[in-house]
Design a protein around this ligand. Structure first.
Ligand SMILES: [Zn+2]
Length: 252
């Protein structure tokens, strides 16, 4: 069975931007894996760090189960994500464990440095997990391929300079928007936290606003847009277009 790995920084990153596409891939027989770099240790105004991490890891696991996906926690902490040796190893461990055909991750330019560092770590891990002599610190079989790699859209749908990202295509996720909402609803602790910290009193509405705005770009009610990583070594054909057919709409 072919495998897809969606690798975010925090529990709920994937749910905001890519779970519609994951639900469609699950329907088409893909084995789905969701990973996060951190355990969401600072995402609370009321809990202690360890408590909120336990809550958020359980929420992430429950969200993944909605589409029968497996959840993986890489082992870092909020606001401590670095492009360093420890993080390189923890990212490659998950890449080797899943050995994905398709990888989805955060875009290189996004509002929070932890997001951008995660993007770079996942991009690098996708490339080096198949290098046999790279030591990720635990016994692990090298990945069998360099996967197709895609970046999902940035928070607020802009880069750090306020510009839209150079998106390649969008996926029409209208048919699975209820599944996407169910997965995000599972992160109940974050609805409360964002209401407290960012004046977001509508966690779910925010996700739907972004899905609608991306849908508009492709003539659909709800969409998720992506950029394909086309650097040397990665497959350059668009496997998502092949698998999703007319639901995958080019933006070029
Ligand atoms: Zn995040």
């Amino acid at each position: 069975m072919d495998r897809v790995l969606a690798f975010g920084c925090h529990p709920d990153d994937v749910e905001f931007m890519a779970t519609g596409t994951l639900a469609l891939l699950a329907d088409r027989g893909y084995e789905i894996h969701i990973a996060t770099m951190t355990g969401g240790e600072v995402g609370s105004a009321t809990h202690k760090s360890q408590e909120i991490r336990d809550i958020r890891l359980a929420e992430a696991d429950a969200a993944a189960k909605v589409i029968h996906a497996q959840y993986h926690y890489a082992g870092s902490r909020d606001l401590e994500v670095q492009y360093d040796d420890a993080h390189r190893k923890m990212t490659v461990r998950i890449m080797r464990q899943v050995d994905p055909h398709i990888v989805l991750t955060l875009p290189p330019s996004d509002y929070l440095a932890d997001h951008e560092q995660t993007s770079l770590l996942v991009r690098n891990a996708a490339y080096i997990a198949s290098v046999p002599l790279y030591d990720c610190g635990v016994p692990a079989t090298p990945a069998s391929r360099i996967p197709h790699l895609y970046y999902w859209n940035a928070v607020n749908l802009t880069d750090i300079f306020g510009r839209p990202l150079p998106l390649h295509f969008g996926v029409d996720v209208t048919s699975v928007i209820d599944t996407k909402q169910r997965m995000l609803e599972t992160h109940a602790s974050q609805g409360d936290w964002l209401a407290h910290h960012n004046d977001y009193n509508a966690y779910l509405e925010l996700m739907k606003d972004w899905s609608r705005a991306q849908g508009k770009l492709i003539g659909a009610e709800h969409g998720e847009c992506f950029i394909q990583h086309l650097g040397n070594g990665h497959p350059a054909d668009n496997i998502l277009a092949e698998v999703l057919g007319p639901l995958c709409i080019n933006l070029n």
